[in-house]
Design a protein around this ligand. Structure first.
Ligand code: SF4
Ligand code: SF4
Length: 376
């Protein structure tokens, strides 16, 4: 079936406002133009020729995390995130993205990071760390665990994604070891790039297409059964915007739940925490991929050391959103922090690299990646 056009999607909106309660940006700003409904009406007005795009309404259209909350809540089938991504690509084509955002997008892609990784590492040790939204870098050298044998067919191609590759490579080494412990052969190939979603969602479709082409060429040059991605945004990009016919793609918790539901957990994981630990549902896991049960299957095995958070509150990261709208992002994070206090959480686990970075760098409690709960 052909993809719906921007106009077709916008026309489905019945102005009911159900989406407001699902929108973290509306929850933080409490103003109609910041709600999904307000944005649909803005797009309709521009589409009808009643309004011209200008700097103000363009900024409003970028004040959205593309989290998928409204898609899930809408009773009329308005595919808001698809419409938003298509619309941004139509109005911007990368030209109107501010230079700071563009610079950070280059960082994501790794072109600059690969060559001058020492610079952000150095800056992360200075007071500029917070201003530049830099995380604490881990030091694992991925070259030592990358490798491939072209004559071999692997069970899993592990797509590491850019946040873990450049900031938290230790996690990639841990995930590879975890999958191998389950008896699987794992390929971590050289030459992969960012999945490209951060570019596409910002309206830089040309850049996305070039990254997609490069990643697809790497995928085509190896033999493997599944692609496993420890990042739901990457899974979303591959499933919705790549051409990968016949290839099955799984988010990490989804893959383990389906193929290794008995994977052994670390019995000592929850012991040091002063209170029970909880789980942060990444928006794209829950709202776009509908993965709710998968991680919980493992987390609930910790008994009363695990306390569920069913609130589905966003962490406010949204990649470049945090850079573009730091005050809104901080208000969204405050709501999350209040919820964690209410739960008496002694630690937090999440399964999205972006959420991990945001929460690890902001919360006073220890934050772990999903793969950390398993036996080493
Ligand atoms: S829930 Fe759907 S139909 Fe209702 S206002 Fe929001 S986008 Fe429109
Ligand atoms: S995608 Fe998320 S942030 Fe954007 S309008 Fe919908 S609910 Fe709000």
């Amino acid at each position: 079936m052909a993809e719906k056009t921007i106009t077709e999607i916008a026309r489905l909106c019945a102005d009911c406002g159900t989406c407001q309660s699902a929108c973290p940006v509306y929850g933080a700003e409490l103003s109609e133009p910041n709600s999904p409904r307000g944005k649909v009406n803005l797009i309709k007005a521009v589409d009808d020729g009643r309004l011209k795009t200008n700097a103000n309404n363009r900024a409003l259209l970028y004040q959205c995390l593309v989290c998928g909350g409204c898609d899930q809540a809408c009773p009329n089938g308005v595919e808001f995130t698809s419409m938003m991504i298509n619309y941004r690509n139509r109005i911007s084509s990368g030209r109107s993205i501010p230079w700071l955002k563009k610079l950070l997008l280059f960082f994501y892609q790794g072109f600059i990071l690969r060559k001058v990784l020492w610079l952000p590492r150095l800056l992360a040790r200075t007071p500029l760390k917070k201003k530049l939204f830099l995380p604490s870098f881990q030091n694992t050298d991925l070259k030592k665990i990358r490798g491939h044998d072209r004559s071999k067919s692997y069970d899993v191609l592990l797509f590491p994604g850019c946040v873990l590759t450049y900031f938290y490579p230790e996690k990639i080494a841990g995930i590879k070891a975890l999958l191998e412990k389950q008896g699987l052969s794992v390929l971590l190939p050289p030459g992969l790039h960012c999945c490209g979603f951060p570019y596409l969602s910002q309206g830089w479709g040309k850049k996305f297409s070039s990254l997609k082409k490069k990643n697809q060429a790497v995928f085509r040059s190896f033999r493997f059964q599944y692609i496993v991605v420890p990042c739901s945004t990457g899974v979303l990009a591959f499933k919705k915007y790549y051409d990968l016919p016949g290839i099955e793609i799984f988010e990490l918790s989804e893959f383990l739940f389906k193929f290794r539901p008995d994977a052994a957990l670390d019995p000592d994981f929850a012991k040091p925490f002063p209170g029970p630990f909880t789980y942060h549902d990444p928006c794209h896991n829950l709202k776009s991929l509908k993965l709710q049960r998968e991680a919980r299957h493992f987390l609930e095995q910790f008994g009363d050391r695990y306390r569920d958070d069913a609130s589905a509150l966003c962490c406010g990261f949204g990649g470049i959103f945090k850079v573009g709208f730091p005050a809104t992002s901080a208000r969204i994070l405050d709501k999350k922090t209040d919820k964690l206090d209410e739960l008496g959480a002694g630690a937090l686990v999440t399964s999205c690299p972006g959420c991990y970075m945001q929460l690890k760098e902001s919360l006073p409690i220890p934050v772990y990646f999903f793969s950390d709960i398993f036996k080493k």
